[in-house]
Design a protein around this ligand. Structure first.
Ligand code: IZC
Ligand code: ZN
Length: 413
């Protein structure tokens, strides 16, 4: 039997329950001092005060001594573009000269430059490169994540990216949700014909993605000069009809109605929301949409930060994710995004923990098994070289992740 006993946890911090934590509940977590966790066959069979541990907990178990440190659920990075060819460091001089993100895309760079490199890369090359990223995420305490396609923009390469994601899910100790983001940019082949490209996605690509069961979600980059609200509605509607749940890149640069669309179609989540206005946020609140906020992108693009406090006030569940991608956030450091969540969004430490655990789990459909340390949930747990959660958020730039336990097994990091 696979049995692991984590003892001597100085402080255990976890959300409670498998639902989104919004409003006042966004700031509510359970804290247990002198705790322990017992896992059998990958699941939690006891989580609570050490004094109440079941008799025989240590018998036949692999023992992990937390040494009085902090334990939390494994972190969940609910928004990444992790599978891509090449990088975009050659765009740094353009950035320094003042070119904006959308300027670079208009010049044929940005996403389109990554598309070229992703089309050129073989499936094995993409897989190997992505495996390295997954190892880096695990070393920072991230045990589940979401990954998107969107650097193919043709049938063959979109499917290639999604197959890489499936292979990663099968071979890595990481729970992975897959999102189809064919509507990430208008490819050269359809220059000046975004509607024609949307037809192609709806008629040819989405049905293939669904038939091969390669994704659970469908996403669109709804933005000035990329896809407008009508085009986004078509793609997400077609995806939804095939059983792919909608999510949407909305109001990253401009508020063109993406948040309203998210509310209207009942998107699982709306991503970015840097420029979200009151009307957009009201639509999110009405539609029960999770706000997937990506502060490291604001940092890298030198933009303002999404109005996270207002969202909490409005009862919109907030998630903090990395947005790892080669253009607007070349960092997969979720703890850094959490630091920004605290310092720039002014989320409290408790709100930040819910943002990267239970709310993140809800936004990628993993809430039944992940996002909290509770009886019956999967044994995904992180031990931090810290006495409390505040320390993890406060020591920005350092990796305090000490031990990662995935499905009840300690990983060699
Ligand atoms: O590669 O630039 N915002 N998509 C929308 C991105 C950023 C990723 C990229
Ligand atoms: Zn994104």
């Amino acid at each position: 039997m696979n049995k692991t006993f984590v003892k001597n946890i100085g402080l255990l911090c976890t959300p409670t329950g498998s639902h989104v934590h919004a409003g006042a509940e966004q700031g509510r977590i359970t804290k247990i001092e002198n705790a322990c966790v017992l896992m059998e066959e990958g699941k939690i069979v006891y989580c609570g005060p050490q004094a109440g541990a079941p008799a025989g907990a240590e018998q036949g178990a692999q023992i992990v001594d937390a040494g009085g440190r902090l334990a939390t659920p494994g972190l969940i990075d609910a928004h990444t573009h992790l599978v891509f060819g090449g990088w975009r460091q050659h765009e740094i001089p353009l950035k320094l000269a003042g070119a904006g993100y959308l300027d670079i895309l208009r010049m044929g760079g940005g996403i389109l430059s990554t598309v070229k490199r992703t089309r050129e890369a073989s499936e094995d090359q993409l897989f190997e490169k992505s495996m390295g990223f997954v190892a880096e995420m695990l070393s920072m305490g991230v045990t589940a994540c979401e990954m998107k396609s969107g650097y193919g923009l043709d049938l063959e390469t979109e499917l290639k990216q999604l197959r890489v994601i499936r292979r990663l899910a099968e071979s890595c100790p990481m729970d992975i949700a897959a999102t189809f983001l064919g509507a990430h940019a208008v490819p050269e082949e359809y220059k000046d014909d975004a509607d024609g490209y949307v037809d192609f996605l709806v008629n040819d690509v989405l049905p293939a993605v669904e038939e091969q069961k390669l994704a659970q979600y469908c996403d669109v980059f709804c933005e000035t000069g990329v896809f407008d609200v009508a085009q986004s509605r078509r793609v997400l509607g077609a995806g939804k009809a095939l059983g792919l749940k909608p999510r949407i890149h909305a109001d990253e640069i401009d508020a063109i109605g993406g948040a309203q669309l998210a509310g209207e179609i009942g998107a699982v989540s709306a991503e970015h929301l840097i420029a979200a206005d009151e009307e957009g946020m009201a639509a999110l609140a009405r539609g029960g949409v999770v706000a997937n906020l990506l502060p490291a992108t604001s940092f890298y693009l030198d933009k303002t930060f999404a109005p996270a406090r207002r969202m909490v006030e409005l009862g919109i569940p907030v998630v903090v994710a990395s947005d790892f991608n080669p253009g607007s956030c070349p960092s997969l450091n979720l703890p850094f995004a959490m630091n920004l969540g605290l310092l720039r969004y002014k989320l409290t430490p408790e709100e930040t923990l819910n943002a990267v655990t239970i709310n993140a789990a809800c936004s990628v459909g993993m809430e039944d098994r992940l996002g909290s340390l509770e009886l019956g949930k999967q044994g995904d747990l992180v031990i931090w070289d810290a006495p409390d959660w505040e320390m993890v958020l406060y020591r920005f730039g350092s990796n305090l992740c000490r031990t990662v336990i995935k499905k009840g097994r300690p990983l060699a990091l």
